[in-house]
Design a protein around this ligand. Structure first.
Ligand SMILES: *Cc1c(COP(=O)(O)O)cnc(C)c1O
Length: 470
């Protein structure tokens, strides 16, 4: 299967190449040239199958023969053996027609583990086969960095660097990044916002000398492999609730638009999804874009749901590309406008396409805390704040007779302060999650300055520094 860029001028790549490059060199994001399609019969066959088997079918459709089935199966089985639940991603009923899809049982307690655990194995497999090394650089609002550093530490040919906004991630999140104790895992605190970190990553990709100097790669949600891996649980959840013979709706706490875009991909592949509901916190640019047609950047507001404190939703570009009839010219124009003016107006046709499938809603901090309290009082369920944003928004959406699945994206133990504030309950990091209480924290605090960060990465990466021995 070929992969093409949403901006139309980067080279067409194979699956393997797409995973290794992350971001396209024209600044766009890679997508498959066409969507694989599953018949209703094939989707029906997923009933009663275990998670890894469904994952194999879904991922195989994108790998398209570039990796042998047996090797692919092994990697998938190993990746999800790190999860602390026999269902991997269990579905919990919380109301007559409401379910919570708990994507929280991975080693770092957030849904990011679903993608990182398989992506690390796939990338390691490809690099070993080709005798190559890379340097991964990423930006994280909290959960991606921990999941990536955790998953990639075992990869011989990969050095991983993650930048996060200093002081704006939870203690549990920070420690997951700073206590790994592996020579190839680097956590960098930046004196700035998540968007500053993300922009530096983009600038590094646009700098050919640096990019080639360290064999730069990305595993942020712009990496196609992330979206691909997340598509799996839309299938398992929908099938458990009656797909392909019944449509299902999903509400997803959204930041970078990767998770909810995976739902869109499942829909493109033939899964009967009635609606995808975008749930946002005060940083409601996506909600505003959908209701007004104006995508207008404003300042990032810091909230109790840091993984959603994002203004530039990278993966939204993939949806724009589809909504624009896969015309890269339109995407290029909108992205150029965003860069120059900090805003763009969605063309009517594009807006209509999105409105036909997506809905959106916002929960502010007070509403989020209130929802956490109510959900706990009603059912004893402890929701993390991100999940609570989505539960609140889903509540406004369950008018139709369609089962509503809300994604729980983090374990409550990852955000214990908010949980205690809302419910009075103290939650501790569970025994099975990664805990390295005895490891000292190793944190590199750097200025919000591209040159400084590039220099640091050059010196610390084995490729950039010429230390390719070990
Ligand atoms: C990353 C994250 C999100 C946002 O997901 P996107 O794919 O960026 O939209 C929501 N909740 C939690 C807990 C996260 O870690």
């Amino acid at each position: 299967m070929d992969y093409i860029s949403t901006r139309g001028t980067a080279p067409t790549l194979t699956f393997k190449e797409t995973l290794l490059v992350g971001l396209a060199e024209d600044g766009g994001l890679y997508v498959p040239r066409e969507w694989p399609h599953f018949s209703a019969e094939k989707i029906r066959s997923f009933k009663g199958m275990d998670y890894c088997e469904v994952a194999f079918h879904v991922i195989k459709a994108f790998v398209d023969g570039e990796i042998e089935d047996a090797a692919l199966r092994d990697m998938i089985n190993e990746a999800y053996a790190t999860f602390h639940h026999p269902a991997v991603v269990p579905l919990v009923q919380t109301g007559a027609n409401n379910w919570i899809l708990e994507v929280i049982y991975g080693p770092t307690l957030a849904f990011k583990d679903v993608a990182m655990q398989i992506l690390a194995r796939l990338m390691d497999h490809i690099l070993t086969e080709q005798g190559r090394r890379i340097t991964i650089v990423g930006a994280t609002s909290g959960d991606t960095g921990g999941a990536a550093l955790e998953a990639f530490q075992a990869c011989e040919g990969i050095d991983t660097f993650f930048m996060f906004p200093e002081g704006k991630v939870s203690d549990v999140q920070r420690k997951q990044m700073t206590t790994i104790g592996a020579a190839n895992a680097h956590a960098i605190a930046i004196d700035g916002s998540f968007d500053d970190c993300q922009n530096m990553v983009k600038d590094m990709f646009n700098d050919a000398e640096f990019r080639d100097g360290v064999h730069l790669s990305a595993v942020n949600s712009i990496n196609w492999g992330r979206v691909m891996a997340q598509t799996v649980y839309y299938f398992t959840a929908a099938v458990a609730l009656g797909a392909p013979d019944r449509a299902v709706a999903f509400t997803v706490p959204t930041g970078n638009f990767g998770d909810i875009f995976a739902g869109f991909v499942a829909k493109q592949m033939g899964l009967g999804i009635d609606r995808l509901v975008i749930a946002t916190n005060e940083n409601d640019i996506l909600s505003r874009a959908l209701s007004t047609g104006n995508y207008t950047l404003s300042d990032v507001e810091v909230t109790i749901t840091p993984s959603m404190d994002i203004q530039i939703s990278s993966n939204f570009e993939r949806l724009l590309f589809e909504a624009a009839g896969r015309d890269p010219q339109i995407v290029r124009e909108l992205m150029a406008e965003l860069k120059v003016n900090g805003s763009y107006v969605l063309p009517d046709r594009v807006r209509q396409y999105i409105a036909d499938l997506f809905a959106s809603g916002t929960a502010n901090q007070a509403q989020t805390l209130e929802t956490m309290e109510q959900v706990y009082a009603r059912s004893g369920y402890l929701a993390d704040p991100h999940t609570a944003v989505a539960i609140r928004v889903a509540e406004q959406q369950t008018s139709r007779a369609v089962p509503m699945v809300t994604l729980a994206t983090a374990h409550p133990a990852k955000f214990p302060d908010a949980v205690e504030r809302a419910t009075g309950q103290l939650v501790e990091v569970p025994q099975w999650a990664v805990q390295r209480a005895s490891n000292a924290e190793v944190l590199n605090v750097l200025e919000n300055d591209l040159v400084t960060v590039k220099k640091f990465i050059m010196e610390k990466s084995r490729i950039g520094s010429g230390r390719t021995d070990g």
